[in-house]
Design a protein around this ligand. Structure first.
Ligand code: FPP
Length: 249
């Protein structure tokens, strides 16, 4: 458990307050509509959405969340107009560059989930450097899902397991735990809370395996406007839920 989380949990215990979820995952949705409402190009919405990611990630770190996972670019998002895809890729490059320079100082680990082989060589190199720096220390972790799809992740995991099995590197008895270790999220606990701002009520191929028992929270607020008070509301609702994991209450 991170020091931040321990402090927050201790304080929450003293004050009788609810604790924060260990792992929050967010589908970043509504950037385009946010921009359109203001007469701006969709790409302007992505720029503001990226800044909001930074703000929410720092907030999560400060309130004692251990993991934040965001859905930034799906395996299906390549169908968007080329200029929009290019803008999103440039923003991702910018934030990964920044992460490489500051993540150790800011105690914020950044990792990328998704099929990295489909990214540009420049982004692949940045992802490699980011993941390498993240492996050097512990603490709050922000995972960015990039060229990510839940089904694609499961298929890639099955392929990696099959290759290990054929090569004699894996046990023949496949368990849920063993399979999880082949996913991009290996080593990360499942999300407790999945948030989707932007008004749509669907999961859109996000963390299909890991979200089996996650609490879901949907909000009409568009992602660029989804600030810390909106996150507080989601956490408060999470704390009122009764998680039964198939058991009785
Ligand atoms: C969904 O909104 C958003 C995306 C497909 C892109 C999200 C990417 C970023 C915010 C850029 C970089 C991210 C990080 C983490 C640095 P939408 O375009 O589908 O919005 P709409 O539904 O209103 O059209």
């Amino acid at each position: 458990m991170s020091e931040d989380r321990k402090n927050k949990k201790d304080k929450a215990g003293e004050a009788g307050e609810a604790a924060v979820p260990r792992h929050i995952a967010i589908i970043l949705d509504g950037n385009g509509r946010w921009a359109k409402k203001r007469g701006l190009p969709r790409t302007a919405g992505h720029a503001v959405g990226s800044e909001n990611f930074r703000k929410i990630a720092l907030y999560c770190r400060d309130i004692g969340v251990d993991y934040l996972t965001v859905y930034a670019f799906s395996t299906e998002n390549w169908k968007r107009p080329e200029t929009e895809v290019n803008t999103i890729m440039k923003l991702l490059e910018k934030y990964l560059h920044e992460a490489i320079d500051t993540m150790e100082r800011d105690r914020m680990r950044m990792q990328v989930f998704g099929d990295v082989s489909g990214l540009s060589p420049r982004l692949q190199e940045l992802v490699k450097q980011t993941n390498e720096i993240a492996s050097r220390f512990e603490g709050f972790t922000a995972n960015i899902c990039l060229n990510y799809g839940g089904r694609d992740e499961i298929v890639r995991a099955a392929g990696k397991y099959a290759a290990d099995l054929v090569a004699g590197r894996a046990e023949g008895e496949l368990s849920e735990e063993l399979f999880s270790s082949y996913l991009d999220s290996a080593g990360t606990p499942d999300p407790d809370l999945i948030i989707r701002p932007g008004g749509e009520v669907r999961i859109s191929n996000f963390l299909l395996w890991q979200g089996a028992y996650s609490e879901l929270y949907f909000s009409d607020v568009l992602w660029p406007d989804f600030g810390t008070s909106e996150l507080d509301k989601a956490i408060a609702e999470f704390n009122n839920r009764n998680r039964r994991y198939g058991n009785v209450g």
